[in-house]
Write a new protein. Sequence first.
Length: 80
Amino acid sequence: MNPRKLYPDDLVYGHEASAATGVPEPVIRKWASRGKIRRYAGDGQYSGQGHEYKTMYALPEIRPLADRYKATPQRAPRGA
């Protein structure tokens, strides 16, 4: 099935999903690599620096995980 038909208005790039949900983009990518959400092929849009956005995500798949997401504080390296 075409993901554009499944999620016509909710298929977004990682940075847009991060802005919409408040979850950092690396966390969203980690969820995708662990199979919690699916990745979709981008539509060839380019950023201002010539970088092509290649991966899109469906907001309805991210929102339930984002509701349960809690950022964990990172430890400072020893000796710092």
